[in-house]
Design a binder for this molecule. Structure first.
Ligand SMILES: [Zn+2]
Length: 205
């Protein structure tokens, strides 16, 4: 959904500007990150969805602990849903109320050929969704925008997970655009509508 700055409220503009200004998340060095990344690579190689989900959960738990933010619930799904935007790689759904945890969904198979997603692509998608969570819980933004700063923060998380990876912005793992513009309170409803629309178009997923 295209959006222009004229539609932003002042608080949106503040969140957008701050999102653009913060270009890195400095994750405290930890052996647990390397262990978690290696475990995730091994799990993905088995192509076992449940094992990938457990490893993904453990890795994001480590990041959340190191950054002292509330944990997420991670769900790894099979074939990527599609709509006219293309394939959905990942989805961040903020909690609705106090009883539900914020949730990350990541799909591990391509829509057409059902191939397991390449490890670095999968990891970047996972950390992209974590980055949305950190916008709310770490940077305390009211909204999470796909700014250049956001993509740089995403890359800094990838670098923390895989030292040696260039810290460059990328738009290769775009989540649905609504996730970047929705206020937190209504984001879940919007994303649910999106998820349902793509699920309807891919009934076998
Ligand atoms: Zn996103």
């Amino acid at each position: 959904m295209p959006y222009g700055r004229r539609r932003f409220s002042r608080s949106d503009e503040r969140a957008y500007a701050r999102s653009n200004a913060v270009t890195a998340i400095r994750v405290p060095p930890s052996l647990l990150v390397r262990v978690g990344v290696a475990a995730l690579a091994d799990a993905l190689a088995t192509e076992d969805r449940r094992r990938v989900e457990v490893a993904s959960q453990q890795l994001l738990d480590v990041f959340c602990q190191l950054l002292r933010v509330p944990p997420l619930r991670v769900e790894v799904c099979g074939k990527r849903p599609t709509n006219h935007y293309g394939e959905l790689h990942g989805l961040y759904t903020p909690a609705n109320g106090k009883t539900t945890r914020d949730r990350v969904q990541v799909w591990m198979r391509t829509a057409r050929r059902l191939q397991v997603v390449a490890f670095k692509t999968f990891l970047r998608t996972l950390l992209h969704e974590l980055c949305h969570h950190l916008d709310y819980e770490y940077l305390k933004l009211d909204r999470s925008f796909h700014t250049e700063g956001f993509y740089r923060r995403e890359s800094s998380l990838v670098y923390a997970a895989l030292p040696g990876t260039p810290e460059r912005p990328t738009r290769s793992t775009l989540a649905p655009r609504d996730s970047a513009v929705a206020p937190r309170d209504s984001a879940a409803a919007r994303l649910l509508r999106f998820a349902r629309s793509v699920t309807r178009s891919e009934p076998s997923s």
